[in-house]
Design a protein around this ligand. Structure first.
Ligand code: DQA
Length: 151
């Protein structure tokens, strides 16, 4: 695996509580289980993965800076920051490789209107919503095919 291209999977605020929060929207999978699905699938496809979660916006911004060139591609679910964090928007704008925004729930259909808009979509190459864990599988497959095209 050493030398294999790196895919980063980043999760924002409250996503460490998966399995315990709003099961009707996010399912009962824990973050550890979700990360394992992506890590295992990426490995089979010849990619390394780094997984990271934080509840602190500045820490997320710094992690994105660190991965700016290091990561060949990125999957990000920023949680509620999706809807208002221009700081995360601007950090993602600097990412060299392709970025996929993933949401477990269909944010555009949720009852709270503020969830309908993502401030980061315009700096992401693809947005996947409402497909639960399958959305992450889809993000990974899309990233891998994109990275192989660019090789
Ligand atoms: C979420 C949707 C957001 O609105 C929410 O704040 C989350 C999770 C999702 O995965 O569906 O924390 O990003």
């Amino acid at each position: 695996m050493q030398g294999a291209p790196l895919i980063a999977m980043l999760h924002g605020c409250n996503l460490n509580m998966l399995g315990k929060r709003s099961v009707e929207h996010y399912g009962d999978i824990t973050l550890d289980q979700l990360e394992k699905v992506v890590v295992d699938n990426a490995k089979k496809l010849g990619f390394q993965t780094i997984c990271f979660q934080t509840n602190h916006e500045g820490v997320m911004v710094e992690k994105i800076h660190e991965l700016r060139i290091r990561a060949a591609g990125m999957i990000i679910n920023p949680g509620a920051w999706t809807h208002y964090s221009y700081a995360i928007h601007d950090a993602l704008e600097m990412i060299a490789g392709p970025v996929v925004e993933v949401h477990l729930s269909a944010i555009e259909k949720r009852k709270e209107e503020w969830r309908h808009h993502s401030v980061i979509s315009d700096v992401c190459d693809l947005t996947i919503t409402g497909k639960g864990v399958d959305g992450y599988r889809e993000a990974l497959i899309w990233l891998v095919s994109k990275l192989r095209q660019n090789q």
